[in-house]
Ligand binder design. Structure first.
Ligand SMILES: [Fe+2]
Length: 428
């Protein structure tokens, strides 16, 4: 009766969703405001599925509060792992200041491969995960947002010693293997996780809707990831949104409905976006978009100019373009574009690349007017400061503990970048 792994996500000011795999079942989730887990409150008993997984929605939490959490498996509390999660400070719609972490890309020629798993050379257990976890706890991050390539299993390709069947069992094994890396597991149980895939964790390299495992990837996401409600419904892309304070966050699924040369998001996701962007009462926007907006290859938004133009039109019509930032991963580099450099079709808002954790660095394009820093052990934070009137969103890119550069956009319509030349001192 033990815990195999546990994750937490879908955080609000009063609730969270806990996902756990155990050897027995049923499970209960306990939450305590004490690091020593005194006087926990317990969820109802929840049955596990045939693979030992349960997702538990826990309501009635206090706002702005850090909780320590454990899993009870068939009546036995397993104290091996104690997770943490911090609830949002206020209900959506009220002013709030907070920090998000943004990460992506771990397991392509990893410098610290997986310690176990079906394909350890396509996984990472790099100490950078612990650097990010420590920062998340020290800075009370509201979320850790993983923008994909959480591993490089390329299911369906038949590569890396993995069969090409792309079965649901393989996708479940992929998640078991990711969470068997101690330092990744430590992170995903210590702050509210927001996860969406990119190509290598959805299917093969540059994967799309035709990926042989597409239906299984979509199904296993729903089984295991503690996500917000998915408006697409069963079997559909996993795009979703959430709001913290007065800021809307959009999480895009750029793979499961992609048809090269035609659409990246698919008609349903585009329709949902149109409605969301025209009806949201939020004052600012953080867009979590795995695929690079300013790319040059056909696998990026450069390959979908018509759809990108449609999105820019939605953003312009809603008045969002001067009160938003977009975060991308996939390209293994940090990079910042102010939005003011005249990239054709970009929309004119800041775009930040936040990768990668432990993947082959990419020398990326020169489209980023405020710098690009290829490398490993890299991530970003998004800090929102809401005074009750103006909101400032500052996105900072990091290598290890070191801040490299930043960009700020305010709802007053001002974009700021560091004075002088961008920092280009870091080598690959
Ligand atoms: Fe990647």
């Amino acid at each position: 009766m033990t815990v195999v792994w546990m994750m937490v996500g879908a955080v609000t000011n009063t609730s969270a969703v806990f996902s756990a795999r155990v050897t027995g079942g049923p499970v209960r989730i306990g939450v305590s405001t004490s690091p020593s887990f005194t006087s926990p409150a317990w969820s109802a008993s929840t049955t596990v599925d045939s693979t030992g997984v349960a997702k538990v929605s826990f309501t009635g939490l206090s706002a702005g509060t850090r909780y320590w959490w454990r899993v009870e498996d068939n009546g036995v509390v397993d104290a091996t792992y104690t997770g943490q999660v911090r609830t949002d400070p206020v209900a959506a719609g009220q002013p709030a200041s907070y920090v998000l972490g943004c990460i992506g890309d771990a397991g392509l020629t990893p410098t610290v491969p997986g310690v176990t798993g079906a394909a350890p050379q396509r996984l990472s257990n790099h100490p950078i995960f612990d650097v990010v976890r420590a920062k998340a706890l020290a800075e009370n991050w509201a979320r850790v947002c993983h923008l994909g390539d959480i591993c490089y299993y390329d299911l369906g390709s038949g590569s890396h010693g993995l069969s090409a069947t792309a079965s649901a069992t393989q996708y479940r094994t992929m998640w078991d293997d990711i969470l068997a890396q101690p330092l990744q597991h430590g992170l995903y149980r210590s702050a509210g996780l927001v996860y969406v895939w990119d190509d290598h964790d959805f299917g093969p390299d540059n994967s799309n809707a035709a990926s042989p495992g597409a239906a299984n990837a979509l199904a296993v996401y729903r089984e295991r990831i503690p996500s917000y409600p998915l408006p697409g419904g069963a079997g559909q892309p996993v795009y979703h949104s959430f709001q913290i304070g007065r800021v809307l966050h959009i999480v895009s699924d750029t793979r499961s409905a992609r048809v090269p040369g035609s659409t990246m998001l698919g008609a349903a996701q585009m329709s949902w976006l149109s409605t969301l962007l025209s009806t949201s009462t939020a004052e600012a926007l953080v867009w979590l978009m795995p695929t690079p907006w300013l790319g040059v290859s056909s696998d990026t938004w450069a390959g979908f100019p018509t759809e990108r133009n449609s999105i820019v039109s939605m953003l312009t019509a809603g008045g969002w373009t001067d009160r938003m930032v977009m975060i991308n991963a996939d390209a293994h580099t940090l990079a910042i574009d102010s939005g003011k450099g005249g990239n054709a079709g970009s929309g004119g808002f800041p775009v930040v690349l936040c990768a990668g954790l432990d993947a082959t660095p990419h020398s990326y394009s020169t489209q980023y007017d405020s710098g690009a820093w290829p490398g490993r052990e890299q991530y970003a934070t998004v800090q929102v400061d809401d005074t009750g009137s103006d909101i400032a969103i500052t996105t900072t890119v990091y290598r290890r503990e070191r801040a490299i550069s930043w960009v700020t956009v305010t709802t007053g319509g001002t974009t700021r970048i560091p004075a002088g030349s961008p920092c280009h001192v870091l080598a690959l």
